[in-house]
Design a protein around this ligand. Structure first.
Ligand code: CO
Ligand code: CO
Length: 356
């Protein structure tokens, strides 16, 4: 009996059933992580242009006057059942941190956790998804490391390049800037619904289209127009990552809840309680930072929802916002929306007001 026949007879393993938490919702909560990171010794190497002090997307290490390395890693447990798609999403997500710094990826390394319950063919498909997504980004995966573990894990360590004077950090937002988002949110809620067999509206297709999309075009658009700050929206949700950007920038912000692009069915699923634990954790963390106004709790949870491979969140001078939107659309961003504005941070850096 040939291999093909055997593998067809094998009962399909549902990848997400092998994982307790899905995608970036498996990220350790910010409330746990930040005090630990703050207690570590600060970098004294003058070539470390960006280290772990500002919760930025990637580290930036200056090589010379023209070149700096962008260094980042991201890996997580399955967020979808199809192994090839999981590989694509994990790779797009890891590459995104380089794009969020205004960098260009150069190479990547695979990071793999392999449980006994995962058929080796499925691992092959995960790796193929990652490799093809990297090829789409114009780079190759040049090595990696695999360990046996309880749950499937996949991700990349990515090395990129940026001009030291053209780094887009998360620390440059200025009062009056427009905040622009380049993908719809809600992937944590939708993948949770799908995992529980309750995605009765089939929203997972739109979520997958978003999660597999590279942020390369959005990066090119922001470099072309010139922006003040950027981060990508992943496990801490839209407002969790906005909070990090605002703290790093010493600024505050107002968000228009209605202007935030969301995936189909997200609000309905949130109202039905289909919300990942990571999202609830971030929502609790945000209580000290967000004035929710009259916004219903389900809508609050959407704004806190743990994203996997989310879009770029960009702070741009108000007078350049229209051009940025135009350029993003021209470069193929699925979404390009002004969702609020940066405000002065005196005494309230990191605070957010949500206008319902
Ligand atoms: Co990031
Ligand atoms: Co990341």
């Amino acid at each position: 009996m040939g291999y093909r026949q055997r593998s067809r007879m094998r009962p399909a393993v549902k990848l997400t059933q092998l994982a307790k938490r899905a995608g970036c919702a498996a990220k350790a909560p910010p409330g746990t992580l930040f005090p630990l990171l703050a207690a570590l010794p600060r970098s004294t190497d003058a070539n470390v242009l960006i280290g772990n002090a500002t919760a930025d997307d990637a580290a930036v290490y200056r090589l010379d006057d023209e070149r700096a390395l962008v260094l980042t890693t991201d890996f997580f447990t399955p967020i979808v059942d199809d192994p090839y798609t999981f590989g694509q999403i994990a790779a797009a997500n890891a590459l995104s941190d380089v794009y969020a710094m205004g960098g260009r990826p150069l190479t990547a390394l695979n990071l793999v956790g392999l449980p006994d319950a995962l058929p080796v063919e499925a691992l092959g498909e995960i790796l193929r998804g990652g490799a093809e997504k990297c090829r789409e980004a114009g780079i190759e995966i040049v090595g990696g490391h695999t360990i046996r573990g309880e749950e499937p894990i996949y991700g990349l360590s990515v090395t990129g390049l940026v001009h030291p004077a053209r780094v887009v950090s998360n620390a440059g937002a200025r009062p009056g800037d427009a905040l622009v988002l380049t993908k719809s949110i809600g992937t944590g809620i939708i993948t949770t619904a799908a995992k529980q067999g309750r995605d009765d509206e089939g929203a997972i297709e739109a979520a997958i289209a978003g999660m597999t999309a590279l942020n390369d075009g959005a990066c090119a658009a922001m470099l072309e127009v010139g922006v003040h700050a950027c981060t990508d929206v992943t496990g801490f949700g839209l407002l969790g990552h906005l909070r990090n950007l605002l703290v790093a920038s010493g600024a505050a912000a107002a968000i228009d809840a209605d202007a935030v692009p969301t995936l189909p069915s997200v609000h309905r699923y949130a109202e039905a309680g289909l919300v990942p634990g990571g999202t609830r954790g971030t929502h609790r963390f945000l209580a000290d930072w967000v004035d929710w106004g009259a916004l219903p709790e389900a809508c609050q949870l959407v704004l806190a929802d743990a994203q996997t491979s989310g879009g770029l969140l960009i702070a741009v001078a108000a007078e350049r916002a229209a051009r940025l939107i135009e350029t993003l659309v021209g470069r193929g961003a699925s979404v390009a929306a002004v969702i609020g504005e940066v405000q002065a941070g005196q005494g309230r850096a990191g605070r957010m007001t949500v206008r319902a």
